[in-house]
Design a protein around this ligand. Structure first.
Ligand code: CXF
Ligand code: ZN
Length: 373
């Protein structure tokens, strides 16, 4: 029997998203049917809408879904109907990086996440009797029902039974990316200074994680004073407005240099300035999406002489099945209060939610798509 659903269809930057009727394909053995309760809005959704990221359109986007499992394929063992799950990116499970539990760098990331169809080329969604691009990050969660895969579906641990899915959903992208950059990719050491450039979801998650790691001082840099105030609430010991001599102020605060800098802006000038602040053996992590034409320039002597490193980071090196429960654990202990970033919208307000993300009025918009109970 076909499963019918409502999904927000994206046709490009000239048109608003529209919620329309769609039909799900039959489940494959390693797939799950999930009834979506909520989904976060991430800048990567807009990058596809604007075709900076070439997922084919029209398509159903959304990659921070959370919901309740309705049905599972014959080979699925990690979740069963009725389970509460968080959805994240998909990966192949067989390549050299998946083998070492580094799936964000899956050799086959593209076919498993960004082609609009399954890795074998088959569609997961139909619209008016025709194939509709979906399977975005193995989910396409701007929809009431989705197909996900065993590898990108994480069961919510029982200890978190009281936490609403509408709060947990952004763990699957922005939050794990920022926290993972600090805790997993750069492995920030207690007592060393860190600078975080850009105070959006990723930067704020990095600041909370830097506090968990014991970094000191924790310096936030942004152009928006309200964001800087929030960064201080979440763990930044210092916050400087980039328009107001932030680099000189950081040099004054940490004359020996910073152990770590993390760029979430993707802007060349910001990355080069941040890199110039590093102490010997300092690490510059880059998570911000940049212009594909951009190249960075570093002084080679300072790079080699001080043993400095520049590290590209995808998804915070998150291994989903271990890292998402770890982050939920910090949240339950009160150390990862990411609920402060979230603003809620009803599903039909999806275009308002996208606007709120783009104009910066809400750090992490989350769409309420279905009831939890
Ligand atoms: C992604 C990039 C690839 C790994 C998971 C997170 N970012 C999405 O916005
Ligand atoms: Zn994302």
């Amino acid at each position: 029997m076909s499963v019918h659903a409502k999904a927000a269809i994206c046709r490009g930057s000239d048109e608003p998203l529209t919620i329309e009727d769609v039909t799900l394909d039959a489940l494959r053995p390693d797939e799950l049917q999930v009834r979506i309760v909520a989904c976060g809005v991430c800048h990567t959704d807009m990058a596809v809408r604007d075709q900076q990221l070439l997922v084919p359109l029209p398509a159903v986007l959304g990659h921070e879904g959370a919901g309740i499992v309705e049905a599972v394929g014959s080979a699925v063992t990690t979740a069963k109907p009725g389970d509460r799950v968080i959805l994240s990116f998909n990966s192949c499970g067989d390549c050299p990086n998946c083998e070492i539990d580094a799936p964000t760098y899956c050799y086959n990331f593209f076919p498993h996440n960004w082609t609009g169809v399954r890795a074998d080329g088959s569609p997961t969604l139909m619209h008016n009797g025709e194939k509709l691009n979906a399977n975005f990050f193995g989910q396409s969660s701007f929809a009431t029902q989705v197909i996900s895969h065993e590898r990108n579906t994480v069961r919510v641990p029982d200890e978190a039974a009281d936490l609403p899915l509408e709060r947990l959903c952004p763990l699957g992208c922005g939050l794990m990316t920022g926290a993972g950059a600090v805790l997993r990719s750069m492995k920030v050491r207690a007592g060393l200074p860190i600078g975080v450039f850009g105070a959006g979801t990723v930067g704020m998650a990095a600041i909370m994680a830097a506090k968990i790691a014991g970094a000191d001082p924790i310096v936030a840099v942004d152009v928006n004073d309200d964001r800087l105030a929030m960064a201080k609430e979440l763990g930044a010991t210092h916050a400087f407005n980039a328009k107001n001599d932030a680099i000189a102020k950081i040099q004054e605060l940490c004359p020996e240099g910073l152990g770590y800098v993390l760029d979430t802006t993707g802007l060349n000038k910001v990355i080069e300035d941040a890199w110039s602040l590093l102490a010997p053996k300092g690490v510059c992590g880059i998570v911000g999406a940049s212009d594909p034409e951009d190249n960075l320039t570093f002084n080679e002597a300072a790079f080699m002489g001080g043993g400095r490193r520049v590290m590209g980071i995808l998804g915070g090196d998150s291994d989903l099945k271990t890292f998402l429960p770890e982050l939920i654990g910090y949240h339950l202990e009160g150390k990862f209060p990411f609920e402060k970033l979230i603003g809620y919208f009803d599903f039909h307000q999806i275009n308002e939610a996208v606007a709120a993300s783009e104009n910066g009025s809400v750090v992490k918009p989350v769409l309420r798509i279905g009831a939890e109970g």
